[in-house]
Design a protein. Structure first.
Length: 223
């Protein structure tokens, strides 16, 4: 098997895997608002990550090694298991596996290395180390996507999200009844969200907005 075929195989295997959620670098500050969520809101863009199996340029950023040191570099991703790096002042590239790193920070995006995780639907299939993409981090809630392809598409239904709060880590359901039951259990004390969820107005694709709205509401000073 040639190098291209190997990269393609690794990407295909890795892109369907999910990641338990760990602490991330950047806290995404949401705007203070207590209004309801409109049905047309979509998740934010996933950045420059391509769904193709080849190498994708991510841009200038920093990478973190296991010793916690940060290094500025231009970054390319090859699948989800390795990166090509061109450090500042160097004309040469070097390759690092996800297992050799801790984190990537590029523009407003954060990618964290997670290890030994498996797709919740296929728990017997694991990958040693991959990158995950942060969607929201605030108020003790952390939302990440373990399926990057298709998230920018209008027809995306929100499949591939994981939400953590404290030590609890949950896959966000796509089926309406399961999704509404989970969201009401977590955020049902917000009267506006509870009303919209009970009316069936919100879906998994609105999870980021639900969490951000709830966190903002909890941060409001008591009246």
């Amino acid at each position: 098997m040639n190098k291209s075929s190997t990269a393609t195989s690794r990407f295909t295997k890795c892109r369907v895997l999910s990641f338990l959620i760990v602490g991330l670098l950047i806290s995404a500050g949401a705007q203070a608002q207590v209004g309801l969520i409109s049905a047309g809101v979509r998740l934010a863009t996933m950045g420059a990550i391509s769904a193709a199996s080849g190498m994708s340029e991510v841009g200038k950023g920093q990478y973190q090694l296991p010793d916690q040191s940060w290094h500025p570099a231009k970054i390319w991703m090859e699948g989800l298991e390795r990166v090509h790096l061109q450090e500042e002042g160097s004309k040469k590239k070097k390759i690092l596996l996800a297992s050799e790193m801790q984190m990537l920070a590029v523009r407003a995006d954060t990618f964290r290395v997670v290890r030994n995780f498996a797709d919740p639907k296929k728990p017997d299939k694991q990958v040693a180390a991959c990158f995950m993409k942060q969607i929201y981090n605030g108020g003790g809630y952390l939302l990440t996507a373990y399926q990057w392809g298709g998230i920018n598409s209008p027809e995306w239904n929100g499949d591939g999200l994981m939400l953590s709060h404290g030590t609890e880590i949950m896959a966000v359901p796509v089926k309406r009844e399961e999704f509404e039951r989970m969201m009401l259990a977590l955020f049902g004390d917000h009267p506006g969200l509870a009303k919209q969820l009970q009316a069936g107005d919100l879906r998994a694709k609105h999870t980021k907005q639900i969490v951000a709205l709830y966190v903002n509401w909890k941060r409001q000073p008591p009246k």
